[in-house]
Write a protein that binds this ligand. Structure first.
Ligand SMILES: O=P(O)(O)OC[C@H]1O[C@@H](O)[C@H](O)[C@@H](O)[C@@H]1O
Length: 327
């Protein structure tokens, strides 16, 4: 069980004032995870530990995210799967003075966030109403009781994070606002480590990265350019792409067996990491199960990790991804 500073609240279910009765959004908050379900059946589950989205289902109940069967959901380690939040460092940065002592991917994914509240609205696609949308807000600050103690010891800056998860019938958006509440500037990186579920990785093509430059972490950090129109996964893949142009310019699309299944759009996030551990690496990751689960996942990770975001005192950085279900 997650250790709690406060006595656990009993699970609550509530409907949403302001929406007609037939458009009731249901919520459940048991002080360890928050679940929201649209009247048409789509749902999202967010663990307070890491503010990790651990489930996103469509109206048929089909899961869209991959979550390891061995993932720890009790706060003992970062969740293997779903959408962990990476902050303030991507990977490790041994030569960066401010973050060199932090663990891989920072501490946001290993801190217990606070659930700040929920809101509902009518979502729009162009001028057409698209059913209710629900937004869940989570917060983590340098003063939070749930902050991973490593953060306070090794990254002594005052900061505030607001992370919002918005569910519509056809999409999931996660957005983050990082505010520097310190009197000194700090550098940070941000990334949403999304594990998308696929049926068969060998039938997957990733479109939208043609001509993008990338760092190939499997090839010693070599700088390369994506020459093929599509990225296919045939072995361990760990690439940090920097698509040309504005991050909002075009989606990265996951196509499976010729059918587009997910479109990932970015707002103010310049990079996209494509990661699949493949067989050998998965074998060595203790909480990766089943060991052939790499066949059912592809990480498409929008982030701002190619460079440091340098925030002056009082400055904020905001970025978001939207994953849209296609077909
Ligand atoms: O095992 P972790 O810390 O969750 O990281 C998983 C992977 O995360 C990816 O984002 C990195 O590019 C990989 O290098 C890393 O192996």
């Amino acid at each position: 069980m997650v250790e709690r500073a406060n006595k656990p609240k009993p699970p609550t279910l509530s409907s949403t004032p302001g929406l007609p009765p037939q458009a009731t959004v249901t919520f459940s908050d048991d002080n360890s995870r928050v679940i929201a379900e649209l009247p048409t059946g789509e749902s999202v589950t967010v663990l307070l530990y890491g503010a990790t989205v651990i489930s996103w289902k469509d109206a048929q109940g089909d899961e869209k995210l991959w979550l390891s069967e061995a993932a720890k959901l009790d706060g003992s380690r970062a969740v293997r799967g779903g959408i962990p939040v990476v902050f303030p460092v991507f990977g490790t940065a041994p030569t960066h003075p401010q973050t060199k002592d932090l663990p891989q991917h920072g501490f946001a994914r290993t801190s217990r966030w606070e659930f700040l509240g929920k809101s509902t609205s009518e979502s729009q696609t162009g001028s057409a109403a698209n059913g209710p949308a629900v937004k869940l807000d989570f917060g983590l600050s340098s003063a939070a009781p749930g902050l991973d103690p490593i953060a306070a010891a090794r990254w002594p800056f005052k900061f505030n994070l607001i992370y919002s998860v918005t569910l519509t019938q056809t999409s999931l958006t996660t957005s983050i606002v990082v505010t520097n509440d310190d009197s000194a500037p700090f550098d940070c990186q941000v990334l949403m480590h999304t594990y998308l579920r696929v049926k068969d990785i060998t039938a997957v093509q990733v479109q939208g990265l043609a001509d993008a430059s990338y760092i190939d972490k499997v090839d010693g950090g070599a700088r390369k350019t994506q020459s093929a129109a599509e990225v296919t996964i045939t072995g361990e893949t760990d690439r940090v792409y920097t698509p040309a142009g504005d991050p909002g310019a075009g989606p990265v699309t996951v196509v499976e067996a010729g059918r587009p299944v997910y479109a990932v759009t970015r707002d103010n996030l310049s990079n996209v990491v494509v990661w699949n551990p493949w067989a050998d690496k998965a074998q060595g990751i203790a909480d990766f199960a089943p060991k052939d689960g790499f066949r059912n996942m592809i990480c498409i990770e929008p982030g701002a990790v190619g460079a440091w975001q340098s925030l002056e005192a009082g400055d904020a950085f905001e970025g978001a991804q939207t994953i849209t279900l296609l077909g």
